[in-house]
Design a binder for this molecule. Structure first.
Ligand SMILES: [Zn+2]
Ligand SMILES: [Zn+2]
Length: 317
């Protein structure tokens, strides 16, 4: 008796060397490049964090493909087995009165080839080197679960929002303390964007320059870089009027960081603020910070997708 045959079926990879995966828990799609990352059979969903054996992440199309390949292999195997077992019998009975013959005619089994969905955001994990592609930039590495730069950014913006909400605990009559608190919320917002800049500089070394050091905290410098790189301005990545709002907040943060919040000539020149307000304190409106956080979040996302687009193979920078 022969043992049950077993076959390992390799899934075909796309042109970019990646195979598709679908999370059994949240049903969302991503791709990864086999051979990069960690030597592990465990896979983590980059979106919801579900952890399981990598076979659990097989897509329905991949199952169909694997099934068709396996059926074909099984058919070949059955054909060979029949020849092996019944061949001698038909040879032995060749001159007998009763002739025994077993015929086996395999039917045609089409191989169910499939095409993987395109995903624009390709990420190389800083930690383990896994190359993977996702549709949501706020995700984690499927191998080592480290957060992507965008996930870290989203996380720190969450903290900025919490910090903004804490203002409600400050008594209204404590105006000075409230103004300081709002300024520090603003400072956190600018710092979050600056930290994203550092990560993106690492991820897009070939695209973003090393200087100035705090590129993402200096919107004028960032705008120059983006203009050279993409031929468009930061304001083009946002809705009308949004960039101006964010720009003003960055300047206000600068005032609080370096001038105790007092309006100076430089601020008036850059923002077109009323010169009569010179040397008065600029008190930030919490609603402006609230919408500023959303604007900066969008700006970060847009910059990320533009840079990813430039980095994709076949697109020249
Ligand atoms: Zn999931
Ligand atoms: Zn990783």
């Amino acid at each position: 008796m022969t043992r049950d045959p077993q076959w390992t079926i390799a899934l075909p990879v796309g042109e970019d060397g990646m195979i598709g995966r679908v999370c059994p828990s949240c049903d969302q799609y991503f791709r990864l490049k086999p051979g990069t990352g960690l030597p592990t059979r465990v896979c983590n969903c980059p979106y919801c964090g579900f952890q399981g054996d990598s076979s659990e992440f097989t897509t329905p199309e991949q199952w169909e493909y694997a099934r068709s390949v396996a059926l074909r292999k099984a058919q070949d195997w059955i054909g060979k087995e029949i020849k092996r077992r019944f061949g001698p019998l038909s040879r032995r009975t060749r001159n007998s009165f009763i002739k025994l013959q077993v015929n086996y005619k395999p039917s045609h089994i089409p191989i169910r080839y499939y095409k993987e969905d395109e995903l624009q955001t390709v990420i190389v994990c800083e930690e383990c080197g896994l190359e993977f592609a996702v549709f949501d930039v706020f995700s984690r590495c499927p191998d080592c679960t480290r957060m992507t730069a965008m996930a870290m950014f989203a996380n720190s913006l969450k903290h900025v929002r919490k910090h903004l909400a804490l203002r409600l605990r400050i008594p209204a009559e404590d105006t000075e303390y409230l103004a300081e608190h709002l300024a520090s919320t603003l400072s956190r917002l600018v710092a979050a964007f600056g930290a994203l800049g550092k990560k993106l500089r690492h991820e897009f070394k070939d695209l973003l320059p090393d200087r100035p050091r705090n590129l993402f905290q200096n919107l004028d410098a960032l705008d120059d870089v983006i203009q050279q790189l993409l031929g468009l301005h930061l304001r083009d990545l946002l809705k009308a009027g949004e960039y101006e709002k964010a720009y003003l907040l960055f300047q206000v943060r600068h005032l609080w960081e370096h001038n105790f919040g007092e309006i100076d000539d430089d601020f008036i020149r850059k923002t077109g603020c009323d010169p009569a307000l010179l040397r008065t304190k600029y008190v930030v409106d919490p609603d402006d910070i609230q919408s500023g956080i959303d604007i900066i979040e969008t700006l970060g996302k847009e910059l990320y997708s533009q840079l990813s687009e430039l980095k994709r193979p076949g697109v020249s920078a």
